[in-house]
Every structure is written in structure tokens, then in C-alpha cells.
Ligand binder design. Structure first.
Ligand SMILES: NC(=O)c1ccc[n+]([C@@H]2O[C@H](COP(=O)([O-])OP(=O)(O)OC[C@H]3O[C@@H](n4cnc5c(N)ncnc54)[C@H](O)[C@@H]3O)[C@@H](O)[C@H]2O)c1
Length: 254
């Protein structure tokens, strides 16, 4: 197993990609702390991992809340001795164009998607330094690199995730902390369903239009992204830091 005796914290782990990442980390032997603001779904995800023979627990953590980051991470460090892996996965998506984006939406999306990643790195870096190192996987998106219609605040937030990734990676490479970003394209989760509903209601794109833009002509399953997370969280990627790892079915190649 690739992560035996490691302690891994996943944000936004209640459902979707985060739940899949949590299960894959546990399958590789990690003790997983599933965190989210969806308490019932988060507890169910952790229970499912435990029922399958893994080590997991659910703890509430709103990634926008600095005080919660401090109390949750210090509590884990005291109880389990370390945080070896942080997967900054929590995110929200709004599809608004520049004219439609309110100050509130701008703030919410940036504070969750970029602010959450910043706070997560800030909270775990001292703990990882104390323990001789660790790995951080930040969730960006192809939209950090490639433009698309609307998604003004979302695209901005995901581009910021790349900046945080590079800065923390270069600052802490000598502390044996590796930090990388993943850039998925279209993954079959509640977030994608919300996007499709918006496009349908506004008569922008159909699902078939969307599919025809994917070089691998289907959307990704969450577990296909989780395999990249395991690669980056484990020693399999021992010479990779500050990088952007696409899981995009070839989208950015076009
Ligand atoms: N689905 C896609 O096509 C796609 C593509 C590229 C990147 N992403 C990114 O992948 C990540 C996971 O998204 P998903 O597709 O699983 O969608 P999802 O909506 O199913 O999951 C997002 C999770 O984040 C949690 N979350 C939201 N705000 C939070 C907060 N303030 N504190 C803690 N948790 C919070 C939600 O409760 C939810 O469990 C996100 O960062 C998203 O931007 C998704």
C-alpha cells in the first residue's frame, strides 16, 4: 500500500470527487479525515470507508473559516501525530458572466476555492514541517488555464490555486513538502449536473455539444481523478512539486 500509516485530510470530502479521493486514500492504507460542511453526507462517506475496512472519520470544516482550520488541524496532529497528506478539494462553481457577477458571488467563490486552499496550506505547513514533510494536492481545473464562456469568478479562483501551489511548493521544497495541483476537465458529480442544468435552461450548450468537445469522448469518473491524487500524495511522485497535472481527457492538447 502506498500510504500506510499516513494521516490524510480531505476537504469537501462528503460527496463527489472528495468522497472518491477519501476512499482511494483509505484503500492505500491512510487514516482519512473526511471534512466538509455537509455533515450527514460526510459522516456517511466516512462510515462507508470504515465498513469497507478502512480508517476514516468525519470532522466538520468550513474551508472559509480560519479558526476551524486551526482547531481541526491541531486536533488531528495531537490525536494522530501528524498530517502527512492534505487534499484541498472543496469548491463551489458559479457560471455567471462578468456582467452577471455580483460582489457577493465574486467573494464567495474566491474565498472558498482560492481562500480555502490558501488557509489549508497555511494550517498544515507548520505541522508538516514539525513532522519532516508531507504532500499537498490542490484542486484547480482546466479552467485555470483555458478560458470558457462565463464562469468569471470560478476561472479566476482556479487560476489563483495555481499561484498558491507554485508559491508554497517553492517556499517549502527544502522542508520536504511537495505541493501540486490537479486540473480536471469534466467530472461526473453534482457540480457538473448543476452546470448542465444551467446550460440547458439558458439554451447555451447541450450535453452532446459538451461531449463532442472532449477528445476522449466521455466525461471523467471521480475515481479517474482520484488515481492522480494518489500519485501526487504518495512517493510515486517523489520528484514532482509545483506542477499542474491534467486529468482532462486531452482537452488542453487541442
Ligand atoms: N465536476 C467537475 O467537472 C470539476 C472539474 C474541474 C474541477 N472541479 C473541482 O473539483 C472539486 C470537487 O468538486 P466536485 O466535482 O466533486 O463537486 P461537488 O459539488 O460534488 O463537491 C464539492 C464539495 O465541496 C464541498 N464544499 C463546498 N463549499 C465548502 C466549504 N466552504 N467548506 C467545506 N466544503 C465545502 C461541498 O459540500 C461538496 O461536498 C472542486 O474544487 C471543483 O471546483 C470539478
Amino acid at each position: 500500500m502506498l500510504l500506510e500509516n499516513k494521516v490524510a485530510l480531505v476537504t469537501g470530502g462528503a460527496r463527489g470527487q472528495g468522497a472518491s479521493h477519501a476512499r482511494h486514500l483509505a484503500d492505500e492504507g491512510a487514516r482519512v479525515i473526511v471534512t466538509d460542511v455537509l455533515d450527514d453526507e460526510g459522516k456517511a462517506t466516512a462510515e462507508k470507508i470504515v465498513d469497507g475496512g478502512g480508517l476514516a472519520e468525519y470532522v466538520r470544516l468550513d474551508v472559509r473559516d480560519t479558526a476551524q482550520w486551526a482547531s481541526v488541524t491541531e486536533d488531528i496532529a495531537v490525536r494522530w501525530g501528524a498530517i502527512d497528506v492534505l487534499v484541498n478539494n472543496a469548491g463551489i462553481c458559479e457560471l455567471s458572466t462578468v456582467e452577471e457577477t455580483s460582489d457577493e458571488e465574486w467573494h464567495d467563490v474566491l474565498d472558498t476555492n482560492a481562500g480555502g486552499v490558501f488557509r489549508g496550506c497555511r494550517a498544515v505547513v507548520p505541522i508538516m514541517k514539525r513532522n519532516g514533510g508531507g504532500t499537498i494536492v490542490n484542486t484547480a481545473s482546466v479552467q485555470a488555464i483555458r478560458g470558457t464562456f462565463g464562469y468569471l469568478a470560478y476561472q479566476t479562483s482556479k487560476a489563483a490555486v495555481l499561484g498558491i501551489t507554485r508559491s508554497v511548493a517553492l517556499t517549502h521544497s527544502y522542508d520536504n513538502i511537495r505541493v501540486n495541483a490537479i486540473a480536471p476537465s469534466v467530472v461526473d458529480t453534482a457540480m457538473f449536473e448543476k452546470e448542465m442544468e444551467h446550460f440547458k435552461q439558458n439554451e447555451l450548450f447541450s450535453f452532446d455539444d459538451w461531449l463532442s468537445a472532449q477528445p476522449i469522448s466521455r466525461i471523467a469518473k471521480p475515481e479517474e481523478v482520484s488515481k492522480m491524487v494518489i500519485f501526487l500524495a504518495s512517493d510515486l511522485s517523489s520528484y514532482s512539486t509545483g506542477g499542474i497535472f491534467t486529468v482532462d481527457g486531452g482537452l488542453l492538447a487541442g
